[in-house]
Design a protein around this ligand. Structure first.
Ligand code: 13P
Length: 249
């Protein structure tokens, strides 16, 4: 059975001081629950702070929001997978829509980052999702599966089986417009089917998260939808009380 996953993507919010204050408040209220997993994706500067505060909490882990695909080198401003691991990260978001659409990252780069994550022992969370224009053109599945298959290209089947995926329709991110549970389920089922074609029965254990305007009011319904194994939450994860309400959904 897959444990539901609650992942917080703080984006460019909560530097080390705010991250510490958030975690103190959150940890004071959130008791350990065996039946769910909580992940935090702070910005790179706050990864160490968060991972150290979670040291005694195996039910929660820390990830980084982005990595470079090289392990080291002259790439001013970048962070590598081994550095993220050294800072306490266990997971990494790859191909988040803001990386793809604001920073023009390509499918090929996502694939290189997935491979770099595995070299360093990080679990990649590959994010996929269509733009509004692509959705309106009836292209959702084609776009999402293109991003997915490019991201796992030449990745060993056993490694793919250990990944996580997140479906984040770009039109639903930060807009207050959420996909209906049915919209999410339809795309999640297509992702699950594509993963099964790629790696067979082992794909059944791969978590597929939904992201895009998830909040305390809609998290439970989304999580109840078929093939939705967790949520990846931006804005509504920034406040410790609000995040506690979502995680206890
Ligand atoms: P919002 O929850 O703010 O829409 O962001 C979603 C997201 O991008 C999570 O990665």
């Amino acid at each position: 059975m897959k444990l539901p996953i609650f992942a917080a993507n703080w984006k460019m919010h909560h530097g080390p001081s705010d991250a510490r204050a958030f975690m103190k408040s959150f940890l004071a209220h959130y008791r350990r629950q065996q039946d769910r997993k909580v992940l935090f994706f702070p910005n790179a500067l706050s990864v160490t702070t968060v991972s150290e505060l979670l040291r005694d909490r195996p039910d929660m882990e820390t990830g980084i929001q982005n990595i470079h695909w090289e392990d080291k080198g002259a790439f001013t401003g970048e962070n590598s997978a081994p550095m993220a691991r050294d800072s306490g990260a266990t997971h990494v978001l790859v191909g988040h829509s803001e990386r793809r659409h604001v920073f023009h990252e390509t499918d090929v780069e996502s694939n290189l980052k997935v491979k770099a994550a595995f070299r360093a022992g990080l679990t990649p969370v590959l994010c996929v999702g269509e733009l509004l224009a692509e959705r309106d053109a009836g292209d959702t599945e084609r776009v999402v599966l293109r991003q997915l298959l490019a991201g796992i290209s030449e990745v060993e089947e056993g490694q793919v089986a250990s990944m996580m995926f997140a479906y984040e329709p770009v039109w639903a991110i930060g807009t207050g417009r959420t996909a209906t549970p049915q919209d999410a389920s339809t795309v999640h089922s297509a992702i699950a089917a594509a993963l099964k074609t790629a790696i067979g029965e082992r794909a059944a254990g791969i978590p597929i998260l939904y992201g895009g305007s998830v909040n305390r009011g809609n998290a439970t319904t989304l999580l109840a939808a078929p093939d939705v194994d967790g949520v990846l939450v931006g804005g509504a994860s920034l406040d410790a009380d609000g995040w506690n309400a979502i995680v206890c959904a």
